[in-house]
Design a protein around this ligand. Structure first.
Ligand code: GLT
Ligand code: MN
Ligand code: MN
Length: 418
């Protein structure tokens, strides 16, 4: 029987087993990827509607220090993750932002993205696009302030997750009006950005919309990345060219979509600017599990798509370390293991794209049977039917790559000898 690990021995046990896992990359290697760590992910205390917190508060300076040690090159935050609501737009905000700038600098990190929290505080109970003009005016002020913080911290991206843009009770709001009001908020952010950039002679930021199909509202007005794309092109935005997408892997799975197909639609629209990386289950709630723990094969395929289309935006690790992970475990196990799985899958995706079998099979499929074009459906099918088997062969090869079988890894069957 394994003997109990006393409280004093537990960290050493975690450390020893984590080292035994192997396969980790150095902080220098990790820094070569455009990986960002959200303040809210690292500082998440494990609380939820039915859950009390399991972890202590972690300050931004501590998160930044830990990220530097792990080799996470970029940090992202909501305005209120670091500035209490009542201190926003006061002298205290300026002090906090200056302190963060200093912490980032001394730890060699950059801030890549800032996002405005428009869902947690009671003022957002009826969403940032509520009927009341005071609420909307406050919302626009908050968005403009977040744009200024973004410029101040040298971010390139802003993200908007309009979490509460929807309803619990049917027929209470006019959805078309809500969309128009929401667009006014985004317009205010873009105009502030143009003004700040013109004054400071810098670039404008990339404003990215993030959709989630449910939670915290029962019905969501912009539930998917596709709905967001439609909103960008609806004519309601004054600067649609400044607005793109921040799809989240799990949010597309949650409505039953194929994340890879959703990403493809964003890519062809030229709007895949930022990407929230995590994992989870179809048609369930937003569990925000770390990348690759649920769907490693799908993740391999997603990364093949992104690599082959030259995606060069950030990979924002928007996940939540499970409640069973301790504060120590968040930085010792959760973040490093998530990043290392991501890097492995990214490199594997590169390998899969170069795999001679996949390449030859894909090219053969594209070349077709070479018969003359005709209107004879049956004849065309007959001429192509053997090459179509290559679909299944490619899928098999991808699983082989995922399991390392393409490199000669073999699990011996019962009774078989090496
Ligand atoms: C919230 C949400 C995430 C978003 C964050 C950005 S807030 O945690 O569930 O998916 O990316 O506002
Ligand atoms: Mn997200
Ligand atoms: Mn999520």
């Amino acid at each position: 029987m394994t003997k109990s690990a006393t409280p004093q021995d537990q960290r050493a046990l975690v450390d020893r087993l984590m080292t035994a896992c192997g396969g980790s990359y150095s902080p220098e290697t990790r820094r070569k990827y455009f990986i960002s760590g959200p303040q809210w992910a690292a500082a998440y205390q494990g609380q939820a509607l039915f859950h009390a917190p399991t972890r202590q508060v972690v300050s931004a300076t501590e998160v930044i220090r830990q990220f530097a040690e792990i080799g996470i090159g970029y940090w992202t935050t909501h305005d209120t993750d670091v500035i209490p609501t009542e201190a926003l737009m006061t002298g205290r905000q300026a002090e906090i932002v200056a302190g963060i700038k200093e912490a980032l600098k001394s730890n060699g990190l950059q801030c890549s993205m800032v996002t405005c929290e428009t869902f947690y505080h009671p003022v957002w109970a009826a969403s940032p696009a509520a009927e009341s003009p005071e609420i909307r005016a406050y919302g626009a002020t908050r968005l403009r302030n977040t744009v200024r913080i973004g410029h101040e911290l040298g971010a390139q991206f802003l993200v908007y997750w309009p979490g509460t843009l929807g309803y619990l009770l049917q027929g209470v709001i006019d959805e078309t009006q809500t969309l128009k009001w929401y667009a006014e908020g985004i317009n205010a952010a873009c105009e502030e950005d143009l003004a700040v950039a013109a004054q400071a002679k810098t670039q404008t930021l990339r404003h990215c919309l993030e959709a989630k199909p449910f939670e915290p509202q029962a019905e969501i007005i912009l539930p998917t990345s596709d709905a967001m794309l439609n909103f960008i092109n609806s004519g309601l935005l004054k600067h649609p060219d400044m607005v793109g997408l921040n799809p989240e892997y799990l949010h597309e799975l949650m409505w039953g979509g194929a994340p890879r197909a959703a990403l493809a639609r964003a890519l062809v629209a030229g709007k895949l600017w930022h990407f929230d990386v995590n994992d989870g289950y179809r048609l369930k709630h937003d569990v925000d599990i770390a990348v690759g723990l649920v769907n490693p094969l799908d993740w391999l395929n997603v990364l093949m798509l992104l690599r082959s289309h030259g995606y060069n935006g950030p990979f924002n690790f928007d996940y939540k370390p499970p409640r069973t992970t301790s504060n120590y475990g968040v930085f010792r196990v959760s973040f490093p293991s998530a990043i290392d799985r991501f890097i492995t899958l990214w490199e594997m995706a590169g390998e899969a794209l170069e795999d001679p079998i996949i390449k030859e099979a894909t090219e053969a499929l594209k070349a077709g049977a070479g018969v003359a074009a005709s209107n004879d459906a049956q004849q065309i099918f007959e001429a192509n039917k053997e090459i179509l088997t290559l679909h299944e062969l490619i899928a098999h090869r991808l699983v082989q790559i995922l399991l390392g079988l393409h490199r000669g890894r073999k699990i011996f069957a019962r009774g078989e000898k090496a």
